[in-house]
Design a protein around this ligand. Structure first.
Ligand SMILES: Nc1nc2c(ncn2[C@@H]2O[C@H](COP(=O)(O)OP(=O)(O)O)[C@@H](O)[C@H]2O)c(=O)[nH]1
Ligand SMILES: [Mg+2]
Length: 327
């Protein structure tokens, strides 16, 4: 029986044949399966594709396990993981050194940073993990970075305001795309189908102290308008550095919620971290699913119309809220 495969199927099949990486192959196969007509004549073909996906999936898992053993993977700690990326010499390592107790090598010449280095940054009552990386541009670096980028909560693109930052940004975005990472602010339709990972991104304009930096910053602001949040800083001079932890926190789209049982005091030192837009029910689940199950109502300080307002599970929480669960 003729399978009547569509042009879309054939183009996905071509991508499958051309793909070099396992993840790309899997994505192409999955598309072939999604667009193929399903009837008796295609059952065999469909089963064959499914078996291929399963086999490649195992291969991908094995590769990831190897990457983890080789140290190409940094376990996320604290409220989330922010990966610093960019061209050489923009000050990624300097930013890490200023915001955390990690001591990366900082130098005038390129390619000082050869591997991944994590450090913990304090923002008010939470800790956020920053990861320093070697400069993008080389295939080896892309291999080293891909799994880290795919797992990151936010990708912070560090740029040198002493030189044309718009060119640096465009170059960095192209490099990230090579790692199959695109910003969430991009319209998915305009991107090729092989790109899989959509990431929140923050732009850090560094070296604010250099001549021409203010002019370059204005160009960068024009380019980023509506697409990326920009933080400006001089990591060596310390200018504006006190705002950077807060800007990084904002870019993560998370909130800190203090939960408590009736009659207890909230523990402000160890908030529950939730994604922005989470409700009381989700805060309960984050503590324990049984609390969510037996939850009758909650009392909220902060985002209620008035303090100690009684709310339902659907009440949307804000950063800094205190929630008391009534079971
Ligand atoms: N003027 C100036 N120089 C900086 C600043 N931040 C970093 N640098 C210098 O830029 C060079 C590269 O910094 P580094 O952190 O190693 O860059 P990386 O390659 O992106 O990690 C070093 O000589 C730093 O001292 C800054 O804010 N202002
Ligand atoms: Mg470095």
């Amino acid at each position: 029986m003729p399978a009547n495969l569509t042009p879309q199927y054939h183009s996905a099949e071509k991508r499958y044949r051309d793909a070099k990486e396992v993840d790309e192959k899997i994505a192409a196969l999955q598309e072939m399966m999604a667009v193929m007509p399903r009837h008796k004549g295609t059952d065999h073909l469909y089963a064959g594709l499914r078996a291929k996906v399963a086999k490649l999936g195992q291969e991908s898992e094995r590769k990831l396990a190897t990457a983890r053993r080789a140290g190409f993977y940094i376990r996320s700690e604290g409220a989330g993981q922010v990966v610093l990326v960019g061209p050489a010499n923009v000050g990624k390592s300097q930013v890490l050194a200023m915001l955390t107790s990690a001591s990366p090598e900082v130098a005038m010449y390129s390619y000082t940073t050869r591997t991944l280095l994590p450090g913990m940054m304090t923002f008010e009552n939470i800790k956020i993990q920053l990861v320093d990386t070697p400069p993008l541009g080389h295939r080896d670096v892309r291999i080293l970075l891909s799994s880290v980028l795919h797992g990151a909560d936010v990708i912070a693109i560090v740029l040198d305001l002493g030189e044309d930052p718009v060119a640096q940004l465009d170059w960095t975005l192209t490099q990230l795309e090579e790692c199959r990472v695109v910003p969430t602010s991009y319209d998915p339709q305009e991107k090729s189908e092989t790109v899989i990972y959509r990431k929140k991104m923050l732009v850090i304009g560094n070296k604010l102290d250099l001549p021409g930096a203010s002019r370059h910053l204005r160009d960068l602001e024009k380019r980023c308008d509506g697409l990326f949040q920009i933080a400006k800083v001089s990591a060596t001079e310390g200018d504006e550095l006190e705002w950077l932890p807060s800007e990084i926190f904002q870019s993560m789209d998370i909130i800190r919620v203090h939960t408590k049982a009736p009659g207890q005091k909230p523990d402000r030192s160890d908030p529950v971290i939730l994604t922005k837009g989470s409700n009381v029910g989700q805060a309960a689940t984050a503590i324990h699913k049984d609390i969510r199950k037996s939850l009758r109502y909650a009392v909220v300080w902060g985002s209620g119309k008035f303090e100690a307002q009684t709310v339902s599970k659907e009440h949307i929480l804000q950063d800094g809220d205190i929630v008391e669960f009534h079971l």
